[in-house]
Design a protein around this ligand. Structure first.
Ligand code: GLA
Length: 378
């Protein structure tokens, strides 16, 4: 009898299901907070939440995948921040909606996901975007456009989670479109969808399973370096900086800041090159630029690690067309552009050789580009 009542209750008073995706980025790393270009897309791995207004002015939420301390309950005022890091993403989203004049009247929710945590696939942006979309739909008649929902997620990171991130992850998570990448100009916020045509090639992620954690990481330090150089040049961001500008002030900035800015200035052009090459079907150029980005992220920006450099070297050795560390860095995945006929052999080798050296196999994910934040219709 109990089960019948429960099932009937849920049938007649159901919540609403929302989802938002993790992301890949083909190229354009650490350019977003420098006003540059990025080229991400949403993937078929997401966070999903069932959400139901409770009219209590409070949030009660279960994180299904988290083994301990997975229930949080909090109010919606600034002083009500929950202790659990995972719940602060949701609290932050609610606060940022309220700060923008939106409404949040309290809700119950449970969520889970299949975006691997700490792999550089933006599980946190997926969580933020999922709840931003839900709150916008349930309490605000969808008055915030999705681009604003992305900003709500980004401000959540800045103000409640301690990461001074750019807009790329939340933008891709909210705005992603099936089978497309998005070229986003992070200064003007203009964007364009590019169909991903990879005739004869596949994109594959190789996850080192080295934990990637941006909170308290040197991520914010990288951003500060770039800001110092931009300021020295009298610019808002490095977007308009050239290699010549950088040489001119070389003596006045630290060697480290020079290196960081050198990477960012080069990366700006690489994104544009890759977009053009993709349209022409010139995947060799796409791959070349990917290797150059890896080199820069490893040697100049210094956000790689031994395991990711090893995976990159392996890719080169086996003739993979392009390979590079993806996302913020300090662990996580490489993204690889592999010819169809090399795909199986490369994966087999990457697994075996990585295991021989580091004692565990990397995880492999094929990339399927999918839609961003949405309501899951029954
Ligand atoms: C993280 C940040 C993004 C971006 C990337 C690096 O994923 O959240 O804003 O800066 O790192 O490209």
């Amino acid at each position: 009898m109990e089960n019948k009542i429960k099932a009937e209750f849920n049938k007649h008073f159901p919540g609403t299901m929302y989802a938002s995706a993790g992301r890949i980025n083909l190229i354009g790393e650490h350019t977003d907070y420098n006003g540059g270009f990025v080229f991400p897309g949403a993937i078929d791995k997401c966070i999903m939440a069932e959400v139901k207004p409770n009219g209590l002015g409070r949030v009660r939420v279960y994180a299904i995948d988290i083994p301990e301390d997975n229930y949080a309950e909090f109010g919606l005022n600034e002083e009500d921040a929950p202790a659990q890091q995972w719940a602060r993403y949701i609290f932050g989203v609610c606060r940022e909606v309220i700060k923008r004049g939106g409404k949040v009247e309290g809700f119950d929710a449970a969520f889970a996901g299949n975006v691997p945590l700490g792999a550089g696939l933006s599980s946190s942006a997926a969580l933020e975007s999922c709840f931003a979309f839900a709150v916008n739909d349930l309490f605000n008649e969808n008055k915030f456009p999705k681009t604003e929902l992305a900003k709500i997620g980004q401000s959540t990171e800045h103000n409640y989670c301690g990461v001074n991130c750019g807009i790329m992850d939340q933008f891709a998570s909210c705005m992603g479109k099936k089978d497309h990448l998005i070229r986003l100009d992070c200064r003007s916020m203009e964007y364009e969808y590019y169909p991903m045509k990879l005739d004869g090639y596949k994109l594959v992620l190789v996850d080192s399973r080295v934990k990637h954690e941006l909170v308290d990481s040197p991520y914010n330090k990288r951003r500060e370096s770039c800001e110092r150089v931009a300021k020295k040049l009298g610019l808002d961001t490095l977007r308009d900086a050239t290699f010549e500008d950088l040489e001119r002030i070389k003596g006045e900035i630290s060697a480290e800041d020079y290196q960081r800015a050198h990477f960012v200035i080069g990366e700006k052009q690489r994104v544009l090159d890759v977009c053009d090459a993709l349209v022409k079907g010139d995947l060799e150029t796409v791959g070349e630029r990917m290797y150059q980005t890896h080199e820069g992220l490893s040697k100049e920006y210094e956000v790689s690690c031994e395991e990711l450099d090893f995976l990159n070297d392996l890719a080169k050795e086996y003739g993979v067309t392009g390979s590079r560390i993806m996302g913020g860095g300090f662990g996580g995945c490489t993204i690889n552009l592999v010819k169809d006929d090399l795909h199986d052999k490369f994966i087999e080798k990457a697994k075996a050789e990585f295991k021989k050296k580091y004692g565990h196999e990397p995880k492999i994910y094929d990339v399927v580009l999918s839609d961003g934040a949405h309501k899951v219709e029954e």
